[in-house]
Design a protein around this ligand. Structure first.
Ligand SMILES: [Ca+2]
Length: 406
């Protein structure tokens, strides 16, 4: 466990794990309105403590059910509820006995069905060895007995599918429902380093789910289908599930429920972290890895010639961070200057930035606040659009807040 923890940090410092998408159509962006100007330099953002006592929290979600509950995902397999600023004693879900965790393994992602308030279904992304004795990612559906329940029986699980993991690292982990109602699933490139598996790496290989973001339809019945307009729908199952390829390790991504855009933090290998913005029309895009790391050539071998890549809208080097943590487009009211602006961060140094376009159309990040090195593992967004951070090593949840406001 401890060795694996150090590996999680190392993945950030040397290579890293999360993958990204990018912006081939940024210049043409017909469906994307011009972003607002950068926040004023006088903006003072602080992190307000919300709840504590968690063990390695890495994701925060809400159920879209008007309950006001925040669901905090612990890497070890528990999901805990924060309501009215206190943590509910009994976990909402406890699958710690079903999974393997530590390092880059564990309960890595959670998404509530868009109709959770009536059907009680939600989805998780975790690693396990219990099914065939070797490491796999499992994408599972669980169902609350009633949507208002504060605990869920683990026997409600239906495993939708599993993916064999050749290495312990780069397991992706993010889950999110699109504005289209489909479930998007991030899977890393299979791990090791440099996308070392297969002739061209897994990211560029559209015959594997590894190194991809998948898109499926779930209807809370223990099964799933593949949307008929998926970009690779003509391929045999299961690779007809692919929405985006060429990703390294998209640990955290989100969907802007206003525009439908996917915002992805793709963790880099040794040199560059990247942020990708993918519009709904850009499904099927090749996000570059391992031909490219960020906007730079990485292993640009013969198979990379004549390919079209969707480059990230931002990449940054080791002087500015080492493990990007994808965030959310802010849609709250407390920090008016961030309205419609993407907020993300970096695990290693804890910086949290906004991302906006300058007058020349270049994407520029602006430091908002620092969450502490090795402590920022994920963001969350409540029903009012306010943003939260999962503080991994300090075991806490905090809210982004404009200093000097109530
Ligand atoms: Ca890329």
């Amino acid at each position: 466990m401890h060795a694996k923890h150090s590996r999680w940090f190392r993945m950030g410092m040397l290579p890293s794990l999360w993958a990204s998408l990018a912006c081939l159509g940024c210049n043409g962006g017909s469906s994307t309105p011009p972003p607002p100007p950068p926040p004023p330099p006088t903006l003072q953002v602080e992190l307000v403590p919300v709840a504590s006592g968690f063990s390695s929290p890495l994701d925060i979600q809400q159920a879209g059910d008007s309950s006001g509950r925040l669901f905090v995902v612990e890497q070890g397999g528990r999901i805990k509820i924060v309501q009215n600023s206190s943590v509910v004693g009994t976990p909402y879900l406890d699958i710690s006995s079903l999974i393997v965790s530590g390092g880059e393994e564990g309960l890595l992602g959670l998404a509530f069905h868009p109709s959770y308030s009536t059907n009680g279904c939600f989805y998780v992304n975790y690693t396990t060895t219990r099914l065939n004795g070797t490491l796999q990612t499992a994408i599972s559906e669980f169902r609350a007995a009633t949507p208002g329940s504060n605990t869920v029986n683990t026997t409600s699980e239906h495993i939708l599918f599993t993916v064999n993991q050749p290495e312990a690292n780069h397991n992706g982990g993010g889950l999110a429902f699109g504005k289209d109602g489909f479930l998007y699933i991030a899977l890393g490139d299979g791990g090791g380093a440099g996308d070392m598996h297969g002739l061209i790496g897994n990211g560029q290989d559209t015959s594997t789910r590894l190194g991809k973001i998948l898109r499926i339809r779930v209807d809370c019945n223990g099964a799933y289908t593949v949307p008929a307009n998926n970009p690779f729908v003509a391929q045999p199952s299961p690779t007809n599930e692919i929405w985006l390829y060429g990703l390294r390790n998209s640990f955290r991504f989100s969907v802007d429920q206003v525009t439908g855009n996917l915002w992805i933090g793709d963790v880099g290998q040794s040199s560059f972290e990247e942020v990708d913005r993918v519009t709904p029309a850009q499904g099927g895009s090749n996000m570059g890895w391992r031909c490219k790391e960020g906007t730079h050539n990485f292993n640009f071998s013969a198979n990379c010639q004549n390919l079209t890549f969707l480059d990230p809208i931002l990449d940054y080097g080791r002087s500015e961070g080492a493990t990007v943590i994808g965030g959310y487009v802010y849609h709250g009211t407390n920090i008016a200057a961030l309205a419609g602006i993407y907020v993300f961060g970096d695990f290693i140094n804890g910086n949290i930035w906004s991302l906006t376009q300058n007058g020349q159309g270049q994407w520029v990040k602006t430091l908002l606040v620092n969450a502490g090195g090795g402590d920022l593992a994920g963001f969350g967004q409540d029903a009012n659009g306010e943003l939260y951070v999962a503080k991994y090593s300090s075991g806490a949840v905090a809210r982004l807040h404009q200093a000097g406001t109530p």
